[in-house]
Write a protein that binds this ligand. Structure first.
Ligand SMILES: [Zn+2]
Ligand SMILES: [Zn+2]
Length: 338
């Protein structure tokens, strides 16, 4: 079967490898969609410190069962659309002991700390497989990244009536927009790209702010009666946006950081105290986030056709990464099709 590897930064190779044999307890999946994630782009650019080259990237998966499989006690026929939970957990670290195995200290996500799924057939333990009868392959490949955004909205303990700013409307930010709107929040989406902001509106944002044209703090003040947002979800990862989150959140508000900051971020910490902020990180997604996203996708309210902005055949992964690296601005989700 075909497999795509990142051999070293900016070098992609297409190779052949044997189809893996199925072990007891595993399901066999024909992979049809692989989502490219910000972490994959960082691996391509040599900016992902947890990756050892060469690596098979890919942890966002849409595929089909190759033969009947029993998953959580239910039988699913060959051809059932599935996705995969790409994380592992050790069972004994502080996160695992607290019931937050998705944030395991020793987590190994497919395509990051271990080889991923940029190939045609995979075998994986059935407990990692989510059967998605009724959903499409395009829906399936969106489940994990949307779940990461949903998780951020859950970390923000968002409730009905909260005014929530989501900074960044890439895939994760859109997941946070959909998750926050589903919790009854009035969502304010922030980005530099009008097309992405339009998609954020379709995903449930009540207001949008294009910060290439408007001043963030003033606009948020206007939309919140001068108080600031109850919750800010930062899904960009730049020092400026990390700091801005503290400025635009209300007193006793919550700030959730999910953007991956590549450099140190200097903060004026007086507002941490003066505003008595709850400042939280958000990592990966819990099983209940996956379930919530799957239910939301089943409702048909997620504009998957707008979220997937770019498609390439698996064999053209090289061109896909080049395109994304050169012009990341208008990419929400780029996928490879096998
Ligand atoms: Zn991802
Ligand atoms: Zn653990």
């Amino acid at each position: 079967m075909k497999v795509v590897k990142i051999d070293e930064p900016y070098k992609i190779s297409l190779r052949e490898m044997d189809v893996p044999a199925k072990k007891p307890g595993e399901a066999q999946i024909r992979i049809k969609r692989i989502g490219l994630c910000g972490t994959d782009l960082r691996s391509y650019r040599g900016q992902n410190p947890i990756v050892q080259y060469p690596i098979i990237f890919g942890h966002e998966i849409g595929g089909e069962l190759m033969e009947e499989a029993t998953i959580s006690g239910m039988k699913y026929p060959a051809g059932t659309v599935v996705t995969v939970n790409p994380y592992t957990n050790c069972g004994t670290c502080p996160s695992c002991r607290r019931g937050r195995a998705y944030a395991c200290q020793f987590n190994e996500t497919l395509g990051n700390q271990r080889d991923g799924a940029a190939f045609e057939y995979m075998t994986i333990m059935t407990e990692k497989v989510y059967p998605l009868p009724g959903l499409s392959l395009d829906d399936a490949v969106c489940v994990e990244p949307l779940s990461v955004g949903f998780h951020a909205s859950r970390r923000g303990e968002i409730t009905s009536g909260d005014k929530v700013v989501v900074m960044g409307t890439g895939m994760i930010g859109l997941g946070a927009v959909i998750g926050a709107a589903a919790r009854g929040a009035e969502v304010i989406a922030v980005d530099l790209d009008d097309d992405k902001l339009e998609t954020a509106r379709i995903c449930g944002a009540a207001h949008v702010i294009n910060t290439s044209k408007l001043e963030l703090e003033a606009e948020v003040a206007k939309l919140t009666g001068g108080e600031g947002a109850d919750v800010v979800i930062e899904a960009i990862g730049l020092p400026a946006t990390y700091r801005a989150a503290i400025d635009i959140v209300a007193f006793t508000g919550r700030v959730v950081y999910i953007g991956y900051a590549k450099e140190d971020v200097p903060f004026t910490t007086k507002y941490f105290v003066a505003k008595e902020l709850d400042i939280r990180g958000s990592r990966n997604a819990a099983p209940e986030d996956f379930s919530a996203v799957i239910e939301t996708l089943k409702s048909g309210s997620v504009p998957v056709e707008k979220i997937i902005t770019h498609r390439y055949p698996l064999q053209e992964a090289d061109a896909a990464f080049k395109r994304w690296a050169e012009n990341p601005g208008n990419v929400i989700k780029m996928i490879l099709e096998a």
